[in-house]
Write a protein that binds this ligand. Sequence first.
Ligand SMILES: Cc1cc2nc3c(=O)[nH]c(=O)nc-3n(C[C@H](O)[C@H](O)[C@H](O)COP(=O)(O)OP(=O)(O)OC[C@H]3O[C@@H](n4cnc5c(N)ncnc54)[C@H](O)[C@@H]3O)c2cc1C
Ligand code: FES
Length: 363
Amino acid sequence: MLLPDEQINSRIFVDIKYPAVLYKPVIIEQIHEEIEGFKTFTFKDGHDIEYKSGQYITFVKKAVKEEIRRSYSIVSSPQLNERLTIGVKRIENGIFSRELIDHAKIGDELVTTGAGGFFTLPEELSKIRQIFFLAAGSGITPIYSLLKTVLNFHPHIRVVLIYSNPSPQKTIFFSQLNELKQRFAKCFDLQFLFSNSMDLLMARLNRELLVELTKAHSVYSFDQTLFYICGPEAYMRMCTYTLQEQNIPKENIRKEDFVIHSKHLSKTAPPDKESHSVSVLYGNEVYQLKVEFPDSILQCAKKQNISLPYSCEVGRCGNCAAKIIEGKVWLSYNEVLTEKDLQTGLTLTCVGHPVGGDVKLKI
Ligand SMILES: Cc1cc2nc3c(=O)[nH]c(=O)nc-3n(C[C@H](O)[C@H](O)[C@H](O)COP(=O)(O)OP(=O)(O)OC[C@H]3O[C@@H](n4cnc5c(N)ncnc54)[C@H](O)[C@@H]3O)c2cc1C
Ligand code: FES
């Protein structure tokens, strides 16, 4: 059932007073309909939002009970000095996407908690010789930014984009991608797959076709190759399993999930359920929390009206990532931090519980 338009609060873009340190306003400068039901929104310069290719920004909207947050991947490349731009697909009955697509106009102000996410390029790219990007539909958004950055600034890397859509007309950035293909002909393989294709073997990406395409396009060994996947849940699952079956190292496969289901919430309990003190340094403030299972660090902060960064709240987006300065944090679920991230002391407050004593965190 569709929500009637009048139930949408068209003032979400204005009149919101939030502490400036944590919440940043961005003003829409340009709106472009790329295909039906998908628009890009470019924001005016002057905001202080730093980001990396592959990251998203999270918007905040005041709702009756509590604020709601939605994340949108950034399609601009910071290295190319492009203006901050996001891509949004209209979701039938969606609160936020429908508001943006149907009602947002140039000059509107949105409130964001800034950029986040780990669907980014590694700091050290010298040993990486090839990157496969696997995208379906609006999953192209973070990949488009990564693709532009790699092609323009890392010429030693061969790039393959395998991009699934219903038809060329329903393909986001179709002409822009073809232009990139022409400009970077030597190092960029662009493989569109259209489900309306007469050639049924090249229509939908399935296990067999993915194995065939990775073999056909692979120039370097899999330990020198990264894979980035973004698309619908079933598509990402199929891609991940198929790549893992081919013995591609787990840490070389990166995924970005757009649809967050609460069913992913873990039912397991930490080894220590005692109450512990957690101090969180964030935005020049130190917040003191008393955290006790079943509340996570974030849930405890929310109960005390302390506004920390978050988006999915189920350990899948990385928006709530914090650095452990002291103590130990047990995670009930983690789909975003790699083994390496955990070793460097990163943790997630939304699914994090202090164990074995008090904890100090920095965001
Ligand atoms: C890290 C991250 C990055 C994201 N990047 C983008 C992006 O670049 N572009 C973009 O358009 N969206 C992106 N999303 C999804 C976006 O944050 C919202 O979830 C989406 O716009 C729906 O929000 P809504 O308020 O309109 O719908 P809601 O009111 O939250 O949901 C309405 C219904 O739609 C379902 N639903 C929610 N999201 C989707 C979806 N993506 N596809 C199909 N059904 C859905 C819900 O389960 C629910 O039943 C991203 C999400 C995450 C976590
Ligand atoms: S808020 Fe998404 S991982 Fe914690």
